[in-house]
Ligand binder design. Structure first.
Ligand SMILES: Cc1ncc(COP(=O)(O)O)c(C=O)c1O
Length: 366
């Protein structure tokens, strides 16, 4: 089916499974986030690893974002081709083909890279120097997430001094994504955790600046911590991503004020048991890494994945009111990996599909 033929249909009539994006709610989420930072010295650079859509990235920029964060070069290339000209790639760039692509991007747009290893930084710096470009770089700091990032304090200072000497890189700041804090349920516990992670960033920045290396960017934060950072200060950019579409995992934590713009329309394929039915959405449609997605507006119903292509909707009272052919709208548990399973956003206003937007950077994991 050509995407154009779907426009104008009711969301209840689209072929399934279909990813739906409620544009009214997207606009509200973007405005709510923009309001938090409107009069703040901290700026927004939303993470597009969530939505992988230049449409959404350009809406975020139109609402005041200073640029876009991406996880992968492939995402950066898609964004650059669509006119996003200020990008931070939040993952380390390693390997000759990736370094060559980074240099290629640096010829087209303003692209910032992150480094946590002197050897890898050297490779990028030499390639950049040979190509006649200078690539802005952030030292990636481990502020408690224990994924990427050099340790705060003396190790980061030593790396910063070495990177500052590389002609092909321009050391401009620090990144310290505190992913371990984002989904802490209680606001007080999250706030205390943030004070600790932020302390590492602020203190390391001070040490590096005291050594005569000025840093203009300190980038961190997600949907779970952006508001805490807006109050605590000390950073210059926020990388929140999920807020634009939301998911049930983020809805379960205290103090997150965004609406569910992302859902997935599914169809009941089979109903051979009294208490449950089977829908056409399994692992290939709704990601399971953070837990099961939620049936929308079906009290007492839960989703239980049944393999790649199927899921069960089970009713606590032992009676499933749905029949074969009925539609079930699901709210994803984790937005980023769910979006990456789909080719298209069916963009809706009210119940009507008004546009089809490609998930343009879908699968761009390199
Ligand atoms: C490095 C980095 N920054 C920012 C984010 C955005 O966080 P969120 O989607 O929780 O708002 C992520 C998400 O995984 C990330 O990995």
């Amino acid at each position: 089916v050509l995407p154009g033929t779907i426009i104008g249909q009711s969301k209840w009539d689209v072929d399934t499974p279909a990813l739906l994006l409620d544009l009214d709610i997207v606009e509200r989420n973007i405005a709510t986030m923009a309001d938090v930072f409107r009069d703040s010295p901290i700026k927004l650079r939303p993470h597009a690893k969530t939505h992988k859509s230049p449409h959404l990235a350009l809406m975020q920029i139109a609402a005041g974002a200073i640029g876009i964060t991406v996880a992968k070069l492939g995402e950066a290339e898609v964004m650059a081709a669509a006119g996003v000209d200020n990008l931070l790639i939040s993952s380390e760039i390693v390997g000759p083909s990736k370094v060559a692509r980074l240099i290629g991007l640096a010829h087209q747009v303003n692209v910032i890279t992150v480094v946590d290893d002197l050897g890898a930084a050297n490779v990028i710096a030499h390639a950049a120097e040979n190509a006649g470009v200078r690539i802005p770089a952030l030292i990636d700091l481990d502020t408690g997430h224990h994924r990427t990032g050099i340790n705060a304090g003396a190790p980061a200072l030593a790396l910063a001094k070495d990177v500052a000497r590389l002609a092909g890189l321009e050391l401009v700041g620090l990144q310290g994504y505190e992913g371990h804090l984002q989904h802490i349920e209680g606001l007080e516990e999250r706030t205390n955790g943030e004070a600790e992670s932020l302390g590492m960033l602020v203190e390391t920045r001070r040490m590096i600046e005291d050594a005569g290396i000025p840093l203009s960017i300190v980038s961190t934060g997600g949907t779970g911590t952006h508001r805490i950072l807006a109050e605590q200060g000390g950073v210059t950019e926020i990388q929140a991503g999920s807020y634009v579409v939301m998911d049930t995992h983020y809805a379960s934590i205290e103090g997150v004020q965004f609406g569910h713009a992302l859902t997935c329309m599914t169809t009941v394929l089979s109903k051979t048991k009294e208490a449950r039915c089977i829908i056409d959405a399994g692992h290939k449609t709704l990601s399971l890494d953070s837990g099961p997605s939620a049936p929308k507006e079906l009290p007492g119903a839960v989703y239980i994945a049944q393999g790649d292509e199927h899921g069960a909707i089970e009713f606590a009272d032992g009676h499933c009111p749905l029949k074969v052919g009925d539609r079930v709208e699901m709210i994803p548990r984790h937005c980023d990996p769910t979006i990456n399973l789909h080719d298209w956003f069916h963009v809706t206003r009210g119940d009507t599909v008004i546009a089809m937007w490609p998930v343009a950077a879908r699968g761009r994991v390199q």
